[in-house]
Each structure stands twice: as C-alpha cells, then as structure tokens.
Design a protein around this ligand. Structure first.
Ligand SMILES: [Zn+2]
Length: 491
C-alpha cells in the first residue's frame, strides 16, 4: 500500500496587524517530513501508524505555522504549489492521501484555505482518490470542504496534547477504509456559536462536558470517529463558528443523530461557552493574584488570554503599578529591548520601554528600570507535554529584575505553555508567587497542577472575549453571540 502525505497548517487571526509570510512557516520537505516521528504532531501520528502497518509513505512537504495574521496570497500559493508539484511528481500510482491541516487558515483573498487546498488536490488526483485529514479543534469548517474529503479528524484535547493521537486516528481510519473493512459516512453540522478559545479548555467544563459526550459517542458501535470543532473566534470568514463531524460505518442516520446531539449540547451550554464566568478586569485580576499569592504554596497563574502576539503590556503595567513581588512575566516579545539589554550587559541597571512595539493596540510600551540578570541566545529541546522533542528557539533573550518582577524579554514571539521558559533559565516555578501566561488553553497541561489557581483576565487586545470590538464583514449567518444575542435565533 502506498500513501502520499502532506501538510499545511496555520491558525489565521484576521484582525492582527501583520500579515504572515513564508518565513513564519517551518518547512519539512521530502524525507524531512519523517522528523515528525518524534513530535507530538498529527503528521507524526500519521507517519508512525502507517509505518507500523508497513505502508509505503510518499512524503511531499509539510509547512507548519502557528497563529498569526492573514497569510499573504503569494505565501499561500508558493506553499500549496510546492505541495502540488511534489504530489504530481510521485512516480507510479498511489492508494490514498493523508493530510495534516489546521482548519482556520485564511489568505488575503481566500476565506477557507483548507477548502482551496482540497479543491486543488482534487483537481490533480480526481474525486476517486481517498483523502482523509487531521485537523486542529479550532477549525472553522464548512460543508464544501468536508465534501472534498473522505473524513476529517479533529484533536480531542485543548491543550493539544493529543495531536499525535489524532494523526493515529486519521491513519487508522484510512487503512481500514482501504482494506474495505469500513464504509465511512461523514456528516457535518454547524453549531452557529462563536466560542473564544479560552472557553475551549477541555480539562474543565463546559468544553470538558462536550468532549465527554464526544468520547461517549466514539465508543458506540458503528461509530468510526467524532470531532467537535470549537472554531476560531477572531476570524472574519463566512464559515466562522463551532461545528461537529461524525463518521460512522455505513450508518448515515447515526452520524446525523450524533451531530444533532452535540450541536444541541453546545446550545445548552451557550452561555458558558461564549461568555464564561469568573473573568476579571486586569486590575482586579492582578490585585487578586497578589493577595492570594502571598500565602499560597504554589504560584498563582494570571492568564492574559487575549494577547496573541505575546507583547501586550496591560498586565505588566498593572503588576508594576500594584507593586507585585516574586512575579514572573515570561516571554514578552520585544526584539529591540533585548538588544538594548545586551548592550547594557549582565549585572547593569537599565531603563527602557518594553513591549507593544508592533502595534499601538497592545497597550503601548511601558517604561521599566531593572537589573539585567541574563542575556544570550536561547534554544533548547522542549520538555513539556506539547513541545516535547521539538526545538524551541526564543532567539536573543534577556531577563530583568524589575523591582521584584522577573521580566523575560525575547527576540522571537512564543507563549508560556510549559515550564521550560522558566526552568531552562535555572529558576523553579515555585520561586514565584505569580506567573503570567499569554497562552489560551495549552498552558493548562502543566499549570493546572503546577499553579495554585488560575485567574483569567480579559485585556483589550488582541483576542478578547468581547468580540464586539472587531468588525466581522464576511459573516452571513446568524451566529451567537456575534450577530444575535438570542440563542433561539440559531436553534
Ligand atoms: Zn488549536
């Protein structure tokens, strides 16, 4: 059996100030794709599973991006063209294609890059070629895209600790299909809910409640796979919103029933999924963290979930204003500031403006005075549950002691999802009363256990729970709570 593999992943935030270029993607060409064997990626799961069953894999290219602004058309075309050219060059026929995509990639002129990818691959290989796709659970999906696949498989966990497992599910379903052991029937249904990512944490309700139901359905007979996609809220696209995909073995009615059940459950939980509870203003959250941090054994975690660039200064300003001590503010992205710290040198005191350099929406740079504790290039192999085995590169990194605040500045933008950005610099998590993260859900894999409590603050930029700050021009349907405040309008 011969299976071609390819991937193109990007989570596009269409309201971010900067567009995404080729340099924002990590490219694995040809045999380099096999580096994913060691990684917690869906492509890693696809490769390892296929090899376990002696499938001959035909690698093309995988381009892996993170979350950033709209992808330049030119960038997208360059990447998809290379994948298509490599697919076209495969000698002799092959039996299927397995893809690793995200589900929320948008270019300057293409609202659903995933649909376009499938369409262009279908134009090349025809409608008969079996194609299955592993996706992120934050995809905004549409029926047109689903129809061009023989099945899609979303992560079941956010934090995304199960990317590899999702690849395994995808590959196994394909192998069973190719061996004619199953006849997959795929059903798709939109939930018409717009869910901020902070409420998609599957370790706690309401998202856990949904995933528990997904797992219940997966265990039923005749069910091949079920995915609930929470969508990606900060994307001005027609297909915005949560959705469900159910795949059964030749039982269309059952697939339909599963989709309807999960959509109904999400509607029952609409308030918790879209508005949440215990979301604090930055000032309230910082005050609470300082108060609780004083006598807790483990650090209090401040979750500044709204920052997509790792550069906003709302929380840092408030920590300084309220006189926080033993507070860690890791991974503030500011390439100019790290260079100034390098010039100043370790052991010296420096006054400089940090953060919010790429856009005025980030709260504006904040003036700090501190002692330089560290300056140097920093890269390492990740040890956390999501980045285990992957190279993590912060670029030039500086650490300042700003009157009791451990402020880490980096040349490259990264968010705190595990302990590495602290422990790789010789500190322990318990050295701090407060730790700030700008992750959404991924940090929970480590910090639910490592932290005493998680305090969620809703800062204004760039991905607040309050979606009314953005103009959604491409949304055509009624979506709760974006274009209607009445849940009955979408049911
Ligand atoms: Zn995601």
């Amino acid at each position: 059996m011969r299976i071609a593999i390819a991937g193109l992943l990007h989570e596009t935030h269409t309201f971010l100030p900067h567009k995404t270029t080729v340099s924002d993607f990590r490219l694995y060409r040809g045999d380099q794709m096999f580096e994913h064997r060691q990684m917690n990626t869906s492509m890693g799961g696809i490769i390892n599973t296929c090899e376990k069953y002696d499938v001959e894999l035909l690698p093309t290219m995988i381009a892996s991006g993170g979350c950033s602004g709209i992808v330049y058309d030119k960038t997208y075309q360059e990447l998809i063209d290379e994948i298509l050219q490599r697919l076209a060059k495969i000698e002799n026929s092959f039996d299927a294609i397995l893809l690793s995509l995200h589900g929320a990639m948008v270019t300057e002129t293409i609202q659903s890059a995933e649909y376009d990818i499938l369409k262009r691959i279908r134009d090349l290989v025809g409608m008969e070629m079996p194609i299955m796709v592993a996706l992120d659970l934050h995809g905004n999906l549409n029926q047109e895209f689903i129809c061009l696949t023989n099945g899609v498989f979303g992560y079941h966990s956010s934090p995304h600790t199960d990317c590899h497992l999702t690849g395994e599910r995808t590959a196994l379903a394909m192998l069973n299909y190719l061996k004619e052991q199953t006849n997959p029937k795929v059903t798709f249904k939109r939930a018409n809910l717009v869910i901020p990512s902070v409420f998609s944490a599957t370790t706690l309700p309401p998202a856990k409640t949904i995933m528990d139901r997904v797992r219940y359905w997966v265990e039923q007979s005749e069910v091949i796979d079920v995915s609930f996609f929470f969508g990606f809220a900060w994307s001005d696209v027609e297909q915005l919103g949560a959705s469900v995909v159910a795949i059964t073995d030749n039982n269309q009615d059952l697939a339909q029933e599963i989709c309807e059940d999960l959509v109904k459950l999400s509607h029952d939980l609409h308030h918790e999924l879209t508005t949440g509870t215990n979301i604090y203003s930055v000032a309230e959250g910082v005050e609470l963290a300082i108060r609780k941090g004083n006598d807790s054994k483990k650090p209090i975690i401040i979750l500044d979930h709204s920052d997509r660039l790792n550069e906003t200064t709302f929380v840092l300003k408030e920590l300084i204003k309220q006189g926080a001590k033993k507070a860690a503010h890791p991974l503030l992205w500011d390439k100019e500031a790290v260079k100034l710290c390098q010039k100043s040198g370790v052991g010296n005191k420096i006054t400089l403006a940090v953060g919010s350099k790429s856009s005025k929406d980030g709260g504006g740079p904040v003036k700090v005075t501190g002692k330089v504790l560290f300056v140097g290039e920093k890269q390492y192999i990740g040890t956390g549950p999501m980045r285990k085995g992957s190279l993590v590169n912060h670029g030039l990194t500086a650490i300042l002691d700003v009157n009791g605040i451990w402020l880490q500045l980096t040349e490259r933008s990264n968010s705190l999802i595990d302990a590495d950005p602290i422990i790789q610099f010789g500190r322990e998590l318990n050295d701090f009363d407060i730790i700030v993260t700008k992750s959404k859900t991924h940090f929970r894999a480590v910090y639910e256990e490592a932290g005493e409590e998680i305090i969620i603050v809703d800062a204004p930029a760039y991905s607040p729970v309050d979606l009314s700050v953005f103009n959604y021009n491409n949304v055509k349907t009624k979506l709760y709570p974006l274009t209607t405040k009445e849940i009955k309008d979408i049911i």
